[in-house]
Write a protein that binds this ligand. Structure first.
Ligand code: S3P
Length: 430
């Protein structure tokens, strides 16, 4: 990376080898937040190394918990139990929507006022989706036109039955965390199924909850115990290498110790439909989460259409799937992905502009894209829009383009995957 934080990606001949990816971001956030309210010492190996989870750790520390992180990624948190310490200053959530939304569920039940703020991108992202249910539960939350900064005047909460308007695991988790600390029962009925790490983490910390096909119920007033756990590799980070391997006919890739939770692994079905042969080896359960090894060998498949419930399950993988779609045999259609407009950047437009910058034919619709397959792309200049997943997605497309590609503001990969470019270089053959 040079002074202006741009990086040059040269075309590759092949993707070959094996690796482990950093600990899962979604699970790391949840473990750290629940550790704060579980009395005693929790320890997490392979805790996510990116800036987003560091924001959560900073907030947890500010709320009175001792947090120690060693150079190997081991994180120790001394939880305080249900009552946290009033923060001496505003809580800085950085770029992390997960930190702001899910921590709000815990802060809503605290007998003090907290202020949460974030960077320019986070300050544009919608917060009404958590303000509405937490207010119904009894919290008083002020925001700036539905966005951060948030002022949460917490206190005694009561359980509610809530049906989120958007499919969002962050919203579900925020309401369940608040429900744990509320009086009575809280029920969340999801419009479509989203990742279930909130539920699994609550159970791992000793809480009981009931799940039916579309509802999760938690009784308030339960006490958590601390947890010692190994955080599985993040499949949303593995996705970049899997997608890279899928577009090189001679590739062979093995990823060890990666999360295989069925609410996160729909990518494997999509890559299989695009033609890859995928095997899962040594699958085991850790703290309720499935973990295993993935091996991928590429092949030629058909056009893939992602829509409805599948879109929600693939929300973080859509940028990289779109970025490799021109190189697939059948192309890709994505629908029902309006949520991509309110991620770290407007990912619908960011992907479209960047695909066009490297010569791709792409049609952007109101809530997705139509991207034909069998295209030949050239190198070009990519804007990350300070969005980690956009920078990484186009680093993968660049491997298969003809000529060099420059990715501007590429330092944002550190939000979820600080060693991304090094790991990528170790896998590619030129
Ligand atoms: C996440 C849920 C998703 C996802 C985000 C992490 C989580 O967001 O995009 O990267 O850990 O629950 P939404 O809940 O806004 O869909």
């Amino acid at each position: 990376m040079n002074d202006t934080n741009s990086i040059v990606i040269r075309p590759a001949r092949n993707v070959l080898g094996s690796l482990r990816v950093p600990g899962d971001k979604s699970i790391s956030h949840r473990y750290a937040m629940l550790a704060a309210i579980a009395p005693g010492r929790s320890r997490f190996e392979n805790f996510a190394p990116g800036a987003d989870c560091a924001s959560t750790l900073t907030c947890v520390r500010e709320l009175g918990c001792e947090v120690v992180r060693d150079e190997k990624g081991l994180v120790t948190i001394d939880g305080r139990g249900k009552e946290l310490q009033p923060p001496a200053r505003a809580l800085d959530c950085g770029n992390s929507g997960s930190t702001m939304r899910m921590l709000s569920g815990i802060l809503a039940a605290q007998p003090f006022t907290s202020e949460l703020h974030g960077d320019a991108s986070l300050s544009r992202r919608p917060m009404k989706r958590i303000i509405e249910p937490l207010t119904q539960m009894g919290a008083d939350i002020q925001a700036n036109g539905g966005c951060a900064p948030l002022h949460i005047h917490g206190g005694k909460l009561h359980g509610i039955e809530y049906r989120p308007h958007v499919a969002s695991a962050q919203v579900k988790t925020a309401v369940l965390f608040a429900g744990l600390l509320a009086e009575g029962r809280t029920i969340v009925r999801e419009p479509t199924r989203t990742r279930d790490h909130g539920e699994l983490a609550l159970r791992a910390f000793g809480a009981e909850l009931e799940r039916t096909h579309d509802a999760v119920t938690i009784a308030g007033g339960q006490t958590l115990h601390p947890l010692e756990a190994y955080v599985p590799g993040d499949i949303s980070s593995a996705a970049f290498f899997l997608c890279a391997a899928a577009i090189f006919p001679e590739s062979n890739l093995v990823i060890d110790g990666v999360l295989l939770n069925p609410t996160r692994s729909a990518l494997l079905d999509v890559l299989a439909a695009m033609g890859s042969r995928i095997s899962m080896l040594r699958v085991e359960e850790q703290q309720g989460e499935l973990v295993g090894t993935i091996a991928l060998n590429p092949g030629q498949g058909r056009e893939v259409v992602i829509e409805g419930a599948l879109t929600a399950l693939l929300i973080d993988e859509l940028p990289v799937l779109a970025a490799i779609a021109p190189f697939t045999a059948g192309g890709l259609q994505v629908r029902d992905a309006g949520e991509l407009r309110v991620k770290e950047s407007d990912r619908l437009s960011a992907v479209t502009r960047n695909l066009k910058a490297i010569g791709a034919q792409v049609e952007q619709t109101e809530d997705g894209w139509r991207i034909p397959g069998r295209q030949r792309l050239h190198g070009g200049e990519i804007e990350s829009y300070d969005d980690h997943r956009i920078a990484m997605a186009f680093a993968i497309a660049a491997l298969k383009a003809e000529g060099e590609t420059v990715i501007n503001a590429a330092q944002c990969v550190a939000i979820s995957y600080p060693a991304f470019f090094e790991d990528l270089e170790n896998l590619v053959e030129r």
